[in-house]
Ligand binder design. Structure first.
Ligand code: ZN
Length: 241
């Protein structure tokens, strides 16, 4: 069963790659079938086996035009598979477990869209919020979910408000909406939990932000998306809640 969940995660990760590529462009995530964005080469079934095809069959290149294919594809598949596996081991496949599998899917898409385009699509944050609220009736309880949404978002709203009043964007409003969704999903359990949620995001953000500047991949003036750190913090807090 564990092996099957891992494989399921890889396969779903492959679908999430399609979502990451097409949602920001406003394209359908169902049609047309997957093709190379450069030469239009239709990807054959054996070129589309998650993780495996990229490494062993395509070797990182499109078989049509030989152009390099982004590492994003195997990484997203691999990360989704591993997260599915880890959360399945802890939560099983009850309401709580299924809820977290959806949570993982939406966060993976949100994180990568934020990396690539510097925004988190509203339908990602909203979906997390709605699934969190609905599933709460059958798992953690409605009250925890609603309080979680409010309290997880509160600090980001304050930062956003501060930024607005000084005419400087510290935090995007997309981050507020994502934090709200995560709060609804994970639910409020203790102030310590909220404290850890904020800390993990800011410490990760600081380490990676400084790292990118030191590696000269970014300068201090660049936008460094914060959504990914909020998402990782949400996953860690969800796992330990
Ligand atoms: Zn191609």
């Amino acid at each position: 069963m564990q092996g099957l969940i891992l494989l399921l995660g890889f396969v779903i990760g492959s679908f999430l790659n399609v979502c990451i590529y097409r949602i920001p462009k406003g394209e359908s995530i169902v049609f047309p079938s997957s093709h190379c964005p450069l030469c239009g080469h239709i990807i054959r079934w054996y070129e589309n086996i998650p993780v495996f095809s990229y490494i062993f069959i395509l070797k990182g290149k499109c078989s049509g035009c030989k152009e390099h294919i982004s590492m994003q594809y195997p990484i997203v598949e691999f990360v989704t598979g591993i997260l599915f596996y880890i959360f399945f081991l802890k939560f099983g496949l009850g309401i709580l477990g299924i809820k977290y599998l959806f949570f993982i899917c939406f966060l993976v898409v949100g994180v990568w869209v934020d990396f690539n385009y510097y925004y988190i699509p509203d339908r990602i944050s909203l979906s997390i919020f709605v699934i969190g609220i609905i599933s709460s009736f059958f798992s953690i309880g409605f009250e925890r979910s609603v309080i979680g949404a409010g309290i997880f978002a509160l600090f980001y709203i304050i930062l956003y408000g501060f930024g607005e009043s000084f005419g400087y964007e510290i935090m995007g409003f997309g981050d507020v909406k994502l934090a709200m969704g995560i709060g609804a999903m994970v639910g409020y359990f203790s102030l310590y939990q909220v404290f850890m949620f904020l800390n993990i995001a800011f410490i990760l953000g600081a380490i990676i932000g400084v790292g990118l500047i030191l590696l000269k991949r970014k300068t201090r003036k660049d936008i460094i998306p914060f959504g990914p750190y909020i998402a990782i913090a949400g996953l860690v807090i969800g796992y330990f809640s």
